[in-house]
Design a protein around this ligand. Structure first.
Ligand code: ZN
Length: 107
């Protein structure tokens, strides 16, 4: 891992970029949600979730806005349940699967 899109590891502010969360989120979303653009409820920034910051810890997955550090998304496993909190996102914007497939067919 190197460059701007890579993880900064070490110290209490260690985080991974949102791309690292793609595997865990694929159990909920049927498409790669890290490619979706979301609006941060706190600062209004609109960006791909891949640019968010994931601070791994034992409590689950928490994606934070790369600009204001506001929580965008939480994914927590508790007992046999998975809990998803999307309150930090005003919206998610993505291209539906059928449109992506027709764009590929047109090439
Ligand atoms: Zn923000």
């Amino acid at each position: 891992m190197d460059g701007d899109a890579s993880a900064r590891l070490g110290g209490k502010d260690s985080y991974l970029d949102g791309n690292a969360a793609a595997g865990a989120l694929s159990e909920i979303f049927t498409f790669d949600v890290t490619m979706a653009r979301g609006r941060c409820e706190q600062c209004g920034a609109v960006a791909a979730l891949a640019t968010a910051r994931w601070y791994p810890d034992s409590h689950g997955l928490v994606l934070r806005c790369s600009l204001c550090e506001g929580v965008l998304l939480r994914l927590v496993d508790h007992d046999d349940l998975r809990w998803v909190d999307l309150r930090g996102l005003s919206f998610l914007e993505f291209t539906p699967q059928e449109r992506r497939e027709s764009e590929i067919d047109a090439v």
